[in-house]
Ligand binder design. Structure first.
Ligand code: DGY
Length: 327
C-alpha cells in the first residue's frame, strides 16, 4: 500500500456520490475525486503518471471495470470498491490476475430494492402507467365501473427467481399482501428458514405456477437472457413480470412480444439491457410500468452502501476478514 500500514489509504473516487457519502469517505481516507466525468480511469492513469499514488478505487455501475480497464490500472492500486451490490460490470478474472481485492455493498440496500420491487408489482397490477397518463392528460371523465380494471395480488402466487438478501425481503413483504411464495435458486433454503416458500428447482416450473414473476437474481452467464420466448411460453397466461435484477436477464424481443399479445399481462421494470438506452418499444406499451434503475435510490441505502464500503476497506487494510469482499 502506498502509505504503509497505519497511515490513511489513498482513495480515488471515480463516480459521483451524494454529499453525505463523499464526506464520510473523506473522513476515512485521503480522497481524490475524479473531475473528468466521462473518463475517470483515464484521469487516474494520468494522475499516476504525474506521481500520484492510489491504493483503492471507489466507483459504481457507471464505471465498468472490464479486463482492459483493469489491466491499464497503475500498479499501486490494490483494491476496487464498487458502490453496488451487483458486480457484473467487473472482470473478476482480470482483477484476480492483478491481485486486486474487490468489495461491494451486499445487504444494506436489500430493503430499499425490495420496496421498489413491491412498488413495481403493484404499479403493474393496478395499471399505474395508464392511470397517471389518464389523469395528467386531463382525459379522466370520472369514475365508472369499467375503468382501469387491474388485478388483486392477495391470493395470487409470486415466483421469485433468486432468493438472496433482496428476494427474501420481497418474499416477506409479498406474504403480508396475502401472496403465496415460490422461489427458484440453485439450492433450496433450509427447511426451518423463516422465509419459507415453495422451492422449484427449474425456472420453467417456477413460471408455470406463478401469477407474478419477480427477477431478483444476479446477471451471470447462467441467467443472462433467461427470460426468453421458450421460458415465456411455459408461463401462465396473464403473468405479471417484474425485473429488479439486470436488464440483460430478459430478452427484450421476447418480453415485448408477450406484452403485446397479452400473454404477459403487464411488466414492472427497474432495469434495462444497455442502460441508459431503453428499447423504445417499451414506451408504446401502456401495460409497462417503469422507473430508471432506482431500486437503491433511498437515503438509507445510499448511506449504508457508503458505510459498508468504508468499513470493508478499513477492515481489509487491518487484515481482517470482511463481509463484503466479493473477490
Ligand atoms: C446495485 O447495487 O447493483 C444496484 O443495481 C444499484 O444500486
Amino acid at each position: 500500500m502506498s502509505e504503509g500500514r497505519g497511515k490513511r489509504l489513498s482513495v480515488f473516487v471515480a463516480s459521483t456520490f451524494i454529499d453525505e457519502v463523499r464526506i464520510e469517505l473523506a473522513a476515512a481516507f485521503d480522497v481524490t475525486l475524479a473531475t473528468r466525468g466521462g473518463d475517470p480511469v483515464g484521469e487516474l492513469v494520468e494522475r499516476s503518471d504525474r506521481g500520484e499514488a492510489f491504493d483503492v478505487i471507489v466507483f459504481s455501475l457507471d464505471v465498468p471495470m472490464g479486463g482492459d480497464v483493469i489491466r491499464s490500472l497503475p500498479a499501486d492500486v490494490r483494491a476496487l470498491a464498487t458502490y453496488s451490490v451487483g458486480t457484473d460490470h467487473i472482470d473478476f478474472e482480470a482483477a484476480k490476475e492483478r491481485g486486486l481485492a474487490v468489495f461491494n455493498t451486499p445487504g444494506v440496500l436489500a430493503d430499499s430494492v425490495a420496496e421498489n420491487a413491491i412498488f413495481l408489482m403493484l404499479g403493474a397490477a393496478r395499471r399505474a402507467t395508464e392511470s397517471i397518463e389518464l389523469l395528467r392528460g386531463g382525459e379522466w371523465a370520472g369514475w365508472n365501473p369499467t375503468q382501469l380494471v387491474g388485478v388483486q395480488l392477495a391470493g395470487r402466487t409470486l415466483g421469485i427467481l433468486g432468493l438472496g438478501d433482496i428476494g427474501e425481503r420481497i418474499a416477506m413483504r409479498a406474504r403480508a399482501l396475502g401472496m403465496e411464495i415460490l422461489y427458484c435458486n440453485r439450492h433450496p433454503l433450509p427447511a426451518d428458514h423463516p422465509v419459507g416458500g415453495g422451492y422449484r428447482s427449474t425456472v420453467g416450473e417456477l413460471v408455470s405456477e406463478s401469477d407474478v414473476l419477480i427477477l431478483a437474481c444476479p446477471s451471470t452467464e447462467e441467467t443472462r437472457g433467461i427470460v426468453d420466448d421458450a421460458l415465456l411460453s411455459q408461463s401462465k397466461a396473464g403473468m405479471i413480470l417484474v425485473n429488479i435484477a439486470r436488464g440483460d436477464v430478459v430478452d427484450d424481443d421476447a418480453l415485448i412480444g408477450a406484452l403485446q399479445s397479452g400473454h404477459v399481462w403487464a411488466a414492472g421494470l427497474d432495469v434495462f439491457a444497455g442502460e441508459p438506452r431503453v428499447d423504445p418499444r417499451y414506451f408504446g406499451l401502456p401495460n409497462v410500468f417503469m422507473v430508471p434503475h432506482i431500486g437503491s435510490s433511498t437515503i438509507e441505502a445510499r448511506l449504508g452502501m457508503g458505510r459498508i464500503l468504508i468499513d470493508g476497506i478499513i477492515g481489509w487494510k487491518a487484515g481482517r476478514d470482511v463481509t463484503n469482499r466479493a473477490g
